[in-house]
Design a protein around this ligand. Structure first.
Ligand code: IPD
Ligand code: CA
Ligand code: CA
Ligand code: CA
Length: 255
């Protein structure tokens, strides 16, 4: 049953990406949400409205949790089919860089991570997969990344976390080959999925984590809260996505 949904959602996210790339070069409105570095544009809102409307057609009866609030935002349980939608991830990059942003969708069925989609918009590269069926980049199947250790790998840690010096994270960065910050959970998740990064650590809300979690777990990567617990999909979590080896190395530093 999810095969039909999957094919329709792949087409949907590809269509939304083409709309987004076109809209990026046209005038759009930018507003501050909570502060000067937390932006929302009319393109985020247009994408979300369109995605939510289409999901209701593709998967009738589903419930939707989407960042800008068009979906059924007040979800208190994950029963049934729940779609989690980030209409543009990396809005600040979308506005300032015209690069390094993504679109993310995920389906959880009765709380189980089931389908995940991360579109690397400018490169038109769609990372998608389903539980038990593997992960693909467009049509090509992805191999699980090599379980490199922290010392030999690059890590991404979100800039607010590294600046606030919590959980000994500067020491994690120092123990790695290098620190990278892309400013988009979508791009950073892709970094770990593709083996370019050995770990990503960030404070993530449901729509920042949901799709990456499906794909990372399918590739055998570790996805957990920094304290070792399983992240709660409906709230905000300080999350680590990493190779098994890097996750063990990081745990020794963060305690
Ligand atoms: C943000 C980006 C950023 C991460 C923030 C997210 P948005 O998403 O993924 O990298 O550090 O926590 O909120 O707001 O641009 O969709
Ligand atoms: Ca946002
Ligand atoms: Ca967003
Ligand atoms: Ca986001």
């Amino acid at each position: 049953m999810t095969e039909k949904i999957d094919a329709a959602v792949i087409k949907l996210i590809q269509d939304v990406n083409e709309m987004t790339l076109k809209r990026m070069n046209e005038p759009y409105h930018v507003a501050e949400k909570t502060n000067y570095n937390d932006l929302v544009t009319t393109v985020d809102k247009e994408n979300e409205r369109f995605i939510d409307q289409q999901l209701e057609i593709i998967d009738p009866g589903c419930r939707i949790l989407s960042e800008e609030g068009f979906g059924t935002h007040n979800l208190t349980s994950l029963s049934g089919h729940v779609w989690i939608v980030d209409p543009i991830d990396g809005t600040l990059n979308f506005v300032r860089q015209h690069d390094n942003f993504g679109i993310m969708l995920a389906l959880y069925v009765d709380g189980q991570p089931t389908l995940g989609y991360i579109m690397d918009c400018v490169n038109r590269r769609l990372y998608h997969g389903s539980r038990g069926q593997g992960v693909y980049v467009n049509e090509k199947r992805s191999e699980p990344p090599v379980s490199l250790d922290l010392h030999h790998g690059l890590v991404a840690i979100s800039s607010p976390l590294i600046l606030s010096n919590v959980h000994n994270l500067p020491a994690v960065a120092q123990a790695a080959s290098g620190l990278r910050m892309y400013g988009s959970a979508a791009k950073e998740m892709i970094g770990v999925l593709s083996g370019e990064l050995v770990a990503y650590i960030s404070h993530l809300r449901p729509w920042d984590l949901a799709a990456g979690r499906v794909l990372a777990e399918e590739l055998g990567l570790v996805v957990k809260s920094i304290d070792g617990t399983t992240p709660d999909v409906l709230s905000s979590n300080l999350v680590l996505v990493a190779t098994t080896q890097a996750s063990e190395d990081i745990a020794k530093i963060t305690g």
